[in-house]
Design a protein around this ligand. Structure first.
Ligand SMILES: Cc1cc2nc3c(=O)[nH]c(=O)nc-3n(C[C@H](O)[C@H](O)[C@H](O)COP(=O)(O)OP(=O)(O)OC[C@H]3O[C@@H](n4cnc5c(N)ncnc54)[C@H](O)[C@@H]3O)c2cc1C
Length: 405
């Protein structure tokens, strides 16, 4: 289908961020269309993440966007599976002073957070029985876990009810922004994309020879680049500098009948492994610092579990001795130079919302609302995200965060 007419805004990419932006634009009565190669998100980061939601960040803008998101998730908790069971974060001697240094800021912005000694940790979380190397811990009770698929569906459903359109099987291959508007050139696959076809296209910057499709053009007053880890390509089409890179992240699902972590939210160990209850299983992830950038989706399977996950979990908790690897997957982080999102106006008629560096689910609502205001009224209103503008990389003030979930 080639939708005729002119739109106020075309959103490139309808993952959790693009869908939230589309909802915010439709709520502001802007005629909105969002396009994506695969609305079901088979390779999108929004379908591959750990569902963690927290506001314990170092930068006021990141705390503020996450807090606004959490307040929204609280209101729709049952619809999006928001389980507000907190984040327990264990720190070693090297990282504890940094954590303490940011707690007052987090509290001053309205996010409650407790500090715990190692013995208090084992008192409240008895499964954590090996306390070696714990210098201190934080527990933030308003943080928790969410179902990202349901959240994306919530954004899309609301946007659709407000009149937005979503186009599937569309890959944007050209964008021009001029004085009289934006032209977005699209290639649309004639049939549902096969898994190998999708993989070819999303690792090669364009349709391969095996894919059959047709071309059409969309016209709009403005465009939003919300292509997640694939944003460098539409930015290149617009002649805009790309600052970020895609990096593989792996998580695995393990079976441990001896332990039920269902009463807890996310737990992050001093070793960097993070884990939480996932149905009848445990979901655990670890991000090796030496992972090279690139569009890599291969999951390393049992060796990843045996090498990176199991030794770290068992070193902290005796009850993790008999874990069994069940499954797992790999997805992409889109990492900016200071590990904060790039959000705001990028050029005349061009806006962007990408490079969330592991924070796209937990910031999606706040980021969408902030950008919605900027596009609709020309300025940030309730949420000021100006600290995340791309200008910070050209002599402005950076928004540094450590890279962890
Ligand atoms: C293992 C892992 C664990 C994570 N854990 C967490 C977590 O606990 N909490 C959290 O908040 N975040 C987490 N993240 C990060 C989070 O998943 C991402 O920040 C977030 O999903 C980004 O959303 P997005 O909409 O920007 O990108 P995506 O979900 O990747 O969506 C981008 C979409 O744009 C489309 N697209 C791109 N280019 C084009 C084009 N040219 N034409 C048409 N369509 C295009 C793609 O098809 C894609 O669907 C994790 C990520 C991974 C991989």
């Amino acid at each position: 289908m080639n939708p005729g007419g002119r739109f106020d805004v075309c959103v490139v990419g309808a993952g959790i961020v693009g869908s939230s932006v589309a909802m915010a634009l439709a709520e502001r009565n802007l005629k909105t269309i969002a396009v994506d190669l695969d609305l079901s998100g088979r390779l999108s980061s929004s379908e591959k993440n750990a569902g963690g939601v927290r506001a314990t960040w170092w930068q006021p803008v990141n705390i503020t966007l996450c807090r606004a998101s959490i307040q929204f998730y609280e209101k729709i908790a049952s619809q999006v599976g928001f389980r507000q069971r907190g984040y327990l974060w264990l720190y070693d001697d090297a990282t504890w002073p940094e954590a303490l240094a940011h707690i007052e800021l987090q509290r001053s912005l309205g996010h409650p957070i407790e500090t715990l000694s190692a013995s208090e940790v084992s008192g409240r979380f008895p499964e954590i029985d090996k306390l070696d190397g714990i210098a201190g811990a934080t527990f933030s009770p308003r943080d928790g876990l969410i179902n990202p698929n349901l959240l994306k569906e919530h954004y899309r459903g609301t946007a659709l009810r407000r009149g937005a359109q979503f186009l599937d099987r569309v890959w944007v291959i050209g964008i021009e922004a001029g004085a009289d508007g934006v032209s977005v050139n699209c290639w649309q696959s004639d049939e549902a994309m096969s898994d190998p076809g999708l993989m070819r296209l999303m690792t090669q910057d364009g349709p391969g020879e095996a894919e059959t499709g047709h071309l059409f053009e969309l016209r709009a007053d403005a465009v939003v680049i919300a292509g997640g880890a694939w944003s460098p390509y539409p930015l290149k089409l617009l002649g805009l500098k790309n600052y970020s890179e895609a990096v593989r992240r792996q998580v695995c699902v393990v079976d441990n009948r001896a332990t039920n972590l269902g009463g807890y939210g996310m737990i992050v160990d001093t070793s960097g492994v993070y884990f939480h209850n996932e149905g009848a299983h445990i979901l655990a992830g670890y991000s090796p610092p030496e992972e090279p950038p690139g569009y890599h989706f291969t999951y390393d399977g049992e060796p990843f579990f045996q090498t990176e996950i199991w030794p770290r979990l068992f070193a902290r908790m005796s009850c993790m001795e008999r874990l069994r690897h069940v499954t797992g997957w790999a997805g992409l982080y889109e990492v900016s130079p200071d590990r904060s999102a790039i959000l705001g106006r990028a050029a005349n008629r061009v806006y962007e919302a990408h490079s969330f560096s592991g924070r796209g689910v937990m910031q999606s609502y706040g980021a969408g609302q902030a950008l919605g205001d900027l596009i609709a009224s020309g300025k940030y209103d309730q949420l000021d995200a100006s600290a995340l503008s791309r200008e910070r990389f050209e002599g402005g003030k950076r928004a540094f965060e450590a890279l962890h979930i």
